[in-house]
Structure formats: structure tokens, C-alpha cells
Design a protein around this ligand. Structure first.
Ligand code: GDP
Length: 541
């Protein structure tokens, strides 16, 4: 197997508040990296980043796949990070497998509550970031206000390495403060642009911004500080080296600007990804645990000659290839035909094919080494969060725990004939998403779906319809309780106890007993839909 120089690999996520422009920015990245024929195509193919139609309709991204593209000599894997708060677990999982991220902000909305959530998660996992202030063409866009918000609300040491040229309708490019050059866009597709001298009206502003940038950077490098204090010219290569070092060290966040929609600023953003975000080699070794004794830690090294270990961070059902396990390889290498051990199931499975997903095609690979991300079709036992490893060195890369679902709904197919299709669909969806559960309530016989919020379940129902062609009726779960049927007309029942407490999915099982003298009662287990009658509800419990 031919190895790849890992210093040229970037595993990145694009994180953003809904509507900030994550999808558009990703689309443009895929366009400029030449993996897409024309703009707008991203959403048409099945193997694209946002392959679910509904994501576009709803304006949210909920799948977490990986797409490979090339920029210059670099291989960039874009790991899709979900933006909706209901899917925090998915966001966290994707944070674990990426090495760096691009945080997209809206130049008008700035730092919004959800940008804060995503930011904190990236902090938690120590993910180095660069920021892209998007939508500079919109009315009300304000680059420096967003930079100020990043500093104040996120506590980030935001260091602009560009300033915009013009704003709103007049936004035409940016000043590259590192190279002291203007980048001017000439055509609406953004493929044509040229570098020029900084426009005279921006010279002073750019000089002040550049000095501010150098002052902040000098804090992280003694040699640079010396030159800065002497007032000497600081070489461009040194500036780049220090930005890279301070970004990877989580000390600073370089800030760029642009308008993804108007095709401006995406190529410099890609250059910055390559220049400043870490390669897998820059990342610390991972500490795994022994599956038989989780107190025993094992260091997993990102070298190709180490035993194989990979994390299956996403299971997806691809409409053409079927079940796909997206894996980040942490050590060793994988080849087709190899057998991999899953310590969670204690079983081995054979790897048939290894794929790399591009925006518009799937690439068959013979093998892949540590640091890379691949998709493996055909693994039946693997679930999200499982480790795949060498049987001779079993490791658990992580013990992921998922929160309990907070809401349940009952589902039944519109047509009885669809029962099997429904079961298949639910099984596939629950394998893909560990926060989504399916159960059958023993008392009511109802199929219940449980998840992290109403939107989460709405999306599941929508996916059942689109991907599995099953229309379902959705309702509140029914409540099961034993109801006493009054025989002598005047006998009354009284609430005795709630058997088994509150059921796992919010169902309540109540037991009602006749009052003294109420002989002649007959018990009947009845399933009654809707709320428990008031008289059966204990006053205080
Ligand atoms: P996401 O929810 O973060 O994925 O955001 P999208 O990429 O779907 O963008 C949300 C909306 O903002 C869409 O209507 C885009 O067309 C629009 N949009 C994205 N980027 C820009 C931009 O640079 N300028 C303007 N004016 N609109 C943009």
C-alpha cells in the first residue's frame, strides 16, 4: 500500500450556527477544489455532503459524513458537523474525529447562541479553529463587530488576518494582511481573481490592522517579538509559522472574511486551512483503554506500522452502496480483505471494500493508513462509536455514552402492509443514530420512537417517508392502566398505586382497587388512550 504524506492531510469540520452559511461554504469549497462540476450540484447526488433533501428545506444539517477533496498538494477531509442543538451528541462525536475546524459566522448576525454552543464543544475537545465571517455582501454586514463579539462572547483571541474591501453591495475582495496584498474578485463565479496593491483608501486601515495582528502574534514567538520591538520587517514566512503554531496551540483564532454565496473569499479560506490548521501529525497521541480492564490505558500512535485501530464515528445508509461505516483510522493501516476486531461485540468482521467519498463519486481504495478517514461498506455488526482494531491488540478508543431520550411518540404504518418496511426503516435509523431508540410497549403493543426532541422525531418520520417509502401515523403514546369496572352501581374505585413507577418512555401503569364493600368488581386490563383519568391520578407523589 502506498502511503500518503500525512503532513499534507487536513481533517476538518465546518461548524456554524444554522443559516450562517455552512452549506453554501461547503458547496463552494467542493466547487473550487474541482470535485464538483457546477455550482448547485451538491444537493442533487446521493453521495454529497447534504444528501438529504429535507436538510435544505429545513436549513439544517444533521448527517455527519466525510467528503474528501484536494487543494493543491493537500488532501482535505471535510467532516460534516451537525448544527442543530438537538444533535449535540453528533456534534461532539464529530469533534472527536477532526483535527481542526472552520467556524462560519454571519457578518450580520455575528455570534449567536448556537454559535456559542458549538464553540464551547470545540473548546472542550481542543479543536484548533479558523473563523470565516461570511455574508459580507449583506446589508448590515460588519466585520469588526463580529471580531469584537468573538472576543467578548466567546473569549477567543480572534486575530484578523484579512480585512474586507468594501461592504454590502460594494464588497469586492479582501486585504491579505500577511502578504500585504489585495485580493480582488473579477467575475461573479469567483473563479477569476487577481492580487493587487492595497487600494490607497484602505492603506492606513490595513497598516493599523496589520500592526495589531503582528502585536498579538509576537506574544507567541520570542524571535518575532524581538523583530517587532525593534520595528524591523517581519518575514512573511515567520508570520505564517507563528500563526500556525498559535492556532494549533489553541492560543489564537485567525479570522478571514468573504461571501460564500457571492463566491468571494473561499480560495483564501482553503489556503488558510492548509497553512494554519493541523495535520494528523500535529495531533497528540490518543489514549485508548483495554476493553477487558478500562482502567488500563493504552497509547495509540498514529504510525502506519502500529497495530490497527479506528473509530467508527458514523454509520450511514448510502442509497447505492448500502450500510457504510465512516471510520477515522488512529493507528496502523487497513487493507481490503483484512479482518477487523470489534471489542464491543467481541467479533471480527472481514473488510471487503474500502471507499473514499468525494462530492460526486466514490473512490475505491486498496488500503488506508492512520490519520485518514474512510468509509467501509458491508460491516454488519458495527455501530456508531465502536472501535475497530487488531484482534491481537484490542483497544477501546472511547466509551461513548449517549443521553437517554427525552421524548417518545407512537408510530404505526398508514397501511398494515407496510409493517415490515417500517420495522426495517426503524432498525436502520436506530443503528445510524444512537440517540434514537425504538421499542414496543408491552402493555399497549404500540411501537414507540424516542429521541432528543420533537424536531429529532419529526426528521425520523420524514426520513421514513423519503428513504424507506413508509407513511406513518404519529401519536402520543397510549397510557396503560388497570381500570376497575364498577358492577354494583354505587361502588367506587380508589387509586392504590402506580405500578412500576413511570415507565421508561413516559407511560404510566396504574392499579385501581375497589373501595371496601365494593364486592362484585371485575378487573379488566384495559388500554385507554390519552391521559389517565383525573380520579386515578394520585394527588401528591
Ligand atoms: P447553513 O444553515 O449554515 O448551512 O446555511 P446555508 O448555507 O444554507 O445558508 C443560509 C442562507 O444564507 C441561504 O439562503 C444562503 O443562500 C444564504 N447565504 C449563504 N452565504 C451567503 C452569503 O455569503 N451572502 C448572502 N447574501 N447570503 C448567503
Amino acid at each position: 500500500m502506498q502511503g500518503i504524506d500525512l503532513s499534507t492531510v487536513r481533517n476538518i469540520g465546518i461548524a456554524a450556527h444554522i443559516d450562517a452559511g455552512k452549506t453554501t461554504t461547503t458547496e463552494r469549497i467542493l466547487f473550487y477544489t474541482g470535485r464538483k462540476h457546477k455550482l448547485g450540484e451538491t444537493h442533487e447526488g446521493a453521495a454529497t455532503m447534504d444528501w438529504m433533501e429535507q436538510e435544505r428545506e429545513r436549513g439544517i444539517t444533521i448527517t455527519s459524513a466525510a467528503t474528501t477533496c484536494f487543494w493543491g498538494d493537500c488532501l482535505i477531509n471535510i467532516i460534516d458537523t451537525p448544527g442543530h442543538v438537538d444533535f449535540t451528541v453528533e456534534v461532539e462525536r464529530s469533534m472527536r474525529v477532526l483535527d481542526g475546524a472552520v467556524s462560519v459566522f454571519c457578518a450580520v448576525g455575528g455570534v449567536e447562541p448556537q454559535s456559542e454552543t458549538v464553540w464551547r464543544q470545540a473548546d472542550k475537545y481542543g479543536v484548533p479553529r479558523i473563523a470565516f465571517v461570511n455574508k459580507m455582501d449583506r446589508v448590515g454586514a460588519d466585520f469588526s463587530a463580529v471580531v469584537a463579539q468573538m472576543r467578548k462572547r466567546l473569549g477567543a483571541k480572534a486575530v484578523p488576518i484579512q480585512i474586507p474591501i468594501g461592504v454590502e453591495d460594494g464588497f469586492s475582495g479582501m486585504v491579505d494582511l500577511v502578504n500585504r496584498k489585495a485580493i480582488i474578485y473579477d467575475d461573479t463565479l469567483g473563479t477569476e481573481f487577481h492580487t493587487a496593491d492595497i487600494p490607497p483608501q484602505l492603506e492606513e486601515e490595513a497598516e493599523i490592522a496589520r500592526l495589531e495582528m503582528l502585536e498579538m502574534l509576537a506574544d507567541y514567538d520570542d524571535e518575532m517579538m524581538e523583530l517587532y520591538l525593534e520595528g524591523s520587517e517581519i518575514p512573511v514566512e515567520m508570520i505564517k509559522r507563528v500563526i500556525r503554531k498559535a492556532t494549533i496551540g489553541l492560543d489564537i483564532v485567525p479570522v478571514l472574511c468573504g461571501s460564500a454565496f457571492k463566491n468571494k473569499g473561499v480560495q483564501p479560506l482553503l489556503d488558510a486551512v492548509v497553512a494554519y490548521l493541523p495535520s494528523p501529525l500535529d495531533m497528540p497521541h490518543i489514549v485508548a483503554v483495554d476493553p477487558d480492564d478500562t482502567s488500563n490505558e493504552i497509547e495509540v500512535k498514529a504510525a502506519a506500522n502500529e497495530p490497527f485501530a479506528a473509530l467508527a464515528f458514523k454509520i450511514m445508509v448510502d442509497p447505492f452502496v448500502g450500510r457504510l461505516a465512516f471510520c477515522r483510522i488512529y493507528s496502523g493501516h487497513i487493507e481490503s480483505g483484512m479482518s477487523v476486531y470489534n471489542p464491543n461485540t467481541r467479533r471480527s468482521e472481514r473488510v471487503g471494500r474500502i471507499l473514499r467519498m468525494h462530492a460526486n463519486k466514490r473512490e475505491e481504495m486498496d488500503g488506508a493508513q492512520a490519520g485518514l478517514i474512510v468509509a467501509i461498506p458491508g460491516l454488519k455488526q458495527v455501530r456508531t462509536g465502536d472501535t475497530l482494531c487488531d484482534e491481537k491488540r484490542p483497544v477501546l478508543l472511547e466509551n461513548l455514552t449517549f443521553p437517554e431520550p427525552v421524548i417518545s411518540l407512537s408510530v404505526e404504518p398508514m397501511s398494515k402492509a407496510d409493517q415490515i418496511k417500517l420495522a426495517k426503516g426503524l432498525e436502520a435509523l436506530s443503528e445510524e443514530d444512537p440517540t434514537f431508540r425504538v421499542s414496543v410497549n408491552e402493555d399497549t403493543g404500540q411501537t414507540l420512537i424516542s429521541g432528543m426532541g420533537e424536531l429529532h422525531l419529526e426528521i425520523i418520520v420524514d426520513r421514513l417517508r423519503r428513504e424507506f417509502s413508509v407513511e406513518v401515523k404519529v401519536g402520543r403514546p397510549q397510557v396503560a392502566y388497570r381500570e376497575a369496572i364498577r358492577k354494583p352501581a354505587r361502588a367506587q374505585g380508589k387509586f392504590v398505586r402506580q405500578t412500576g413507577g413511570k415507565g421508561q418512555y413516559g407511560d404510566v401503569v396504574l392499579e385501581i382497587e375497589p373501595l371496601a364493600g365494593g364486592s362484585g368488581f371485575e378487573w379488566e386490563d384495559r388500554i385507554v388512550g390519552g391521559a389517565v383519568p383525573k380520579e386515578y391520578i394520585p394527588a401528591a407523589q
